[in-house]
Write a protein that binds this ligand. Structure first.
Ligand code: GDP
Ligand code: IMO
Ligand code: MG
Length: 426
């Protein structure tokens, strides 16, 4: 398969970074197409841990890495990430290309994000505070500033002046601190110089790669249930974070992706607010958080933990046409006596089989569980299918059967080698 993508089929943090890093070994080009610094993709290589926010996880294999037009780019964060990668020996220069059409994140986006969240009080979304929502709002209001605009001084300054004025008005209303035009102008003039060598017509680059049969891998951020259209709106992010975003976020034809790899944890986590029917708000949930080190890679916030939700996952599989599943963090369940999967929801006396749009239904939904026996054996040393305990394989087969998609990869630890390829024969 020459064109593939990796998406999360839960609420983010499924382990996409690890899976992309593995698949990047036999890819030529790796492309991010949405989201921004809200993402935190962890790749562990030996003793080194990398957390990537804006740069595709293919960078550690020295692949051509593209930040597509659908990504929102905060230059300061990008340069910090490049510096961190280079200090750990990774080569970035000549490998990383940023779309001239990508919208830029400015300090006022972060300030508005944070002030709006503070104002919402208990109704807060629980955003990452990286300015993602306000930046995409400007993009769609047609007041955003794109990478290419950095190189037209007059246009840049007039747009920036108008935006600073508008955002300072909003910040005053929200009780936030104003931002200063001159400081931003100076900082971004400096960023423009540093960005210049990386800026490219990435639409041509990606399409040329596809047409010449290079192996292209699209890397999603967030998860399908955080998608602006298909997720738990308004408790979502501000982009199409499933496979539906690829065409608009990278400028490629719909239908060019031959394989859609959906990544799911062997259980479920969510960080931030919003409904989570299978959440374990108890000691077991805390135990899973500690065993799985479920703390955000971007914000350090504790992640909410719960059982595998087949209803949400089926919804994600449908909207993106998932063709293969990678199940991660199986090892986290190693010590449990019983493992539950949610096969449907009940809302009052009504059975709910498809993922509801109505949040009230989702909040009131009671999961219907099927219990499966735990395997009570360590799996972290498993490298081939035969190394996995029979009950672990039965659990994975149950997911496969219920979801109608083959599990092709199983991850049993954060490191590259802690992976079992199933060949679709669980
Ligand atoms: P992403 O945002 O989808 O790339 O996922 P994150 O990096 O935010 O969170 C996944 C976390 O789980 C990271 O700390 C990974 O190093 C870790 N991880 C990935 N796969 C496994 C696994 O199979 N087992 C364990 N124990 N940890 C894993
Ligand atoms: P990766 O790519 C998990 C969540 C936030 C919040 C909501 C909106 O690492 O899987 P935003 O800052 O995007 O406006 O926040 O989305 N969120 C994520 N949760 N993983 C992520 O990225 C996330 N990116 C955003 O916690 O609930
Ligand atoms: Mg993450």
């Amino acid at each position: 398969m020459s064109v593939r993508c990796v998406i999360g089929v839960q609420w983010g943090d499924e382990g996409k970074g690890k899976i992309v890093d593995l698949l990047a070994a036999d890819s030529d080009v790796v492309v991010r197409y949405q989201g921004g610094g809200n993402a935190g993709h962890t790749v562990v290589v030996g003793r080194q841990k990398f957390v990537l926010h804006l740069i595709p996880s293919g960078i550690l294999h020295g692949r051509t890495c593209i930040v597509g037009n659908g990504v929102v780019v905060e230059p300061e964060q990008l340069f910090a990430e490049i510096a961190d990668l280079e200090s750990k020996g990774a080569k970035v220069a000549g490998h990383l290309f940023i779309s001239e059409r990508a919208n830029l994140v400015f300090p006022y986006h972060k300030a508005v994000d944070r002030a709006a969240e503070a104002k919402r009080g208990d109704a807060k979304i629980g955003t990452t505070g990286r300015g993602i929502g306000p930046c995409y709002a400007d993009k769609f209001s047609r007041t955003g500033i794109r990478v290419v605009d950095l190189f037209d001084r007059e246009l840049f300054e007039s747009r920036l002046r108008a935006n600073v004025e508008e955002k300072n008005g909003i910040l005053a209303m929200l009780g936030g601190e104003p931002v200063e035009f001159e400081k931003i102008r100076r900082d971004y003039a400096e960023y423009a110089k540093r960005l210049k060598p990386m800026v490219a017509d990435t639409i041509a680059m990606v399409n040329d790669a596809i047409e010449s049969k290079k192996r292209v891998l699209f890397e999603a951020a967030q998860g399908s249930l955080l998608d602006i259209d298909f997720g738990t709106y308004p408790y979502v992010t501000s982009s199409n974070s499933d496979a539906t975003g690829i065409s608009s976020g990278a400028g490629v034809p719909p239908g060019c992706v031959e394989q859609v790899i959906g990544v799911a944890k062997a259980y479920t986590t969510r960080v931030g607010s919003g409904p989570f029917p299978t959440e374990l708000d108890d000691d077991l949930g805390n135990r899973i958080r500690e065993i799985g080190s479920e703390y955000g890679a971007t914000t350090g916030r504790p992640r909410r933990c719960g059982w595998f939700d087949l209803v949400g996952c089926r919804h994600a599989i449908r909207t993106s046409g998932v063709t293969a599943l990678a199940i991660t963090k199986l090892d986290v369940l190693d010590q449990l006596d019983t493992i539950r999967v949610c096969t449907a929801y009940k809302a009052g006396s009504r059975a709910v089989k498809t993922f509801p749009a109505d949040l009230r239904t989702l909040e009131e939904a009671k999961p219907v569980y099927r219990d499966l026996p735990g395997w009570k054996k360590p799996t972290t040393e498993a490298r081939k299918l035969a190394d996995l305990p029979a009950a672990a394989r039965a659990y994975l087969r149950e997911l496969e059967k219920e979801l109608g998609v083959k599990v092709t990869m199983v991850s049993v630890g954060p490191e590259r080698q802690q992976t079992v390829l199933t060949d679709g024969k669980l």
